[in-house]
Design a protein around this ligand. Structure first.
Ligand SMILES: Nc1nc2c(ncn2[C@@H]2O[C@H](COP(=O)(O)OP(=O)(O)OP(=O)(O)O)[C@@H](O)[C@H]2O)c(=O)[nH]1
Ligand SMILES: [Mg+2]
Length: 182
């Protein structure tokens, strides 16, 4: 039983996907740095006191792929907080790629990757490209997830893996490019 507003909203949503083409989602626990990865990539900005995302935010950026094709990537930054789960999972459908982010200093955020992966596999298209991202690599003294464990896990789940720092701008560009080049 779909009311008119839902209909308008869904039309708009599908139009934007059609128009912009490349849709990428950022997912992972609250506080892992998704919004800062996005602001670093699209505006070269970082915020030490960023607020937790409410629902979903988005940004676009034109990038040149390996084959010299220029695409406009549309990036949806989803809220990590549990209470927004019903809204955010609606955005997985239609995405060509997902950055699955954890925080290298938070054991929980890495353990929850399996849960996020299941969310993705239940809701996204089956051919979606997924990149596992260990963010905050600048916090070397606080690291609890070593990159070996993450590499093993990524291998087991057939994901690509990269470590980033939104703060130091390490590998951020590379992560998005790697994802979009498939
Ligand atoms: N040291 C360091 N801190 C970071 C990095 N990326 C993000 N942060 C900090 O981590 C906190 C959370 O970052 P956000 O980008 O808001 O996290 P989020 O994943 O978007 O969180 P939700 O919107 O609640 O899902 C902020 O205080 C950021 O400044 C990083 O690479 N290094
Ligand atoms: Mg956020």
């Amino acid at each position: 039983n779909v009311n008119i507003y839902t209909y308008i909203y869904l039309s708009y949503f599908h139009f934007t996907i059609f128009y912009f083409g490349c849709l990428v989602v950022l997912i992972g626990d609250s506080g892992v740095g998704k919004s800062n990865l996005l602001s670093r990539f699209t505006r070269d900005e970082f915020n030490l006191e960023s607020k937790s995302t409410i629902g979903v935010e988005f940004a676009t950026k034109s990038i040149e792929l390996k084959n010299n094709k220029i695409i406009k990537a549309q990036i949806w930054d989803t809220a990590g907080q549990e209470r927004y789960r019903a809204i955010t999972s609606a955005y997985y459908r239609g995405a060509v790629g997902a950055l699955l982010v954890y925080d290298i200093t938070k054991k929980n955020s890495f353990e929850n990757i399996e849960k996020w992966l299941k969310e993705l596999r239940d809701n996204a298209d089956s051919n979606i490209v997924i990149l596992l991202v260990g963010n905050k690599s600048d916090l070397k003294h606080l690291r609890v997830i070593n990159d070996n464990d993450a590499t093993q896990f990524a291998k087991k789940e057939k994901l690509a893996f990269i470590e980033t720092s939104a703060l130091e701008a390490t590998n951020v560009e590379l992560a998005f490019h790697q994802l979009l080049n498939g």
